[in-house]
Design a protein around this ligand. Structure first.
Ligand SMILES: O=c1ccn([C@H]2C[C@H](O)[C@@H](COP(=O)(O)OP(=O)(O)OP(=O)(O)O)O2)c(=O)[nH]1
Length: 149
């Protein structure tokens, strides 16, 4: 497995909220906690940017993906509006999580609650090369369910 050393900085050091961490030995995602002064309530359909209290510096060629937690999704309908969120390697601001309440009940986010997870991944930056015609394939322009559902 590639080594990925990520530097981080606490943006709100006074908060004493747990740092992101892997909850099991082989978990792919580090859970991210809500860094809040007080609990907030999201009404059904409401969305909010939740601060995580950390800023990171990724190795070149790596991104961090912010993904939902399935337990919150199943039990409360909590999702991320922009899932997966992309943390660019040149971003130095505080990581935020854009959650939305797709449930039918108000959802309370408490300080320190684990609201999302962060997966690190290498990526490729492409060069674009313009051509007049693209190579043929059996699929051609078929898509969006053209093989049936
Ligand atoms: O869920 C997210 C998504 C993004 N970001 C931060 C890190 C990322 O590097 C930066 C920009 O994100 P993105 O490129 O998705 O947003 P944009 O709307 O294209 O903004 P920009 O014009 O600043 O790139 O915002 C987060 O903290 N959380």
């Amino acid at each position: 497995m590639n080594r990925c050393l990520v530097k981080f900085r606490r943006v709100r050091p006074g908060h004493g909220i747990p740092l992101p961490c892997y909850m099991t030995q082989h978990a792919a995602g580090m859970d991210l906690c809500a860094v809040l002064d007080e609990e907030i309530t999201l009404l059904p359909g409401e969305r909010r940017l939740i601060p995580t209290g950390i800023a990171i510096s990724l190795p070149d060629g790596f991104e961090a993906q912010i993904r939902p937690r399935s337990g919150l999704a199943l039990k409360h309908g909590i999702a991320l509006v922009n899932s997966p969120g992309t943390i660019d390697p040149d971003y130095r601001g505080e990581i935020g999580v854009i959650i939305i309440n797709h449930g039918t009940e108000p959802f309370v986010v408490r300080p320190g609650e684990r609201i999302a997870q962060m997966v690190f991944a290498p990526f490729v930056r492409a060069e674009l090369s313009e051509v007049a015609e693209l190579d043929d394939t059996a699929r051609g322009a078929g898509g969006f369910g053209h093989t049936g559902t």
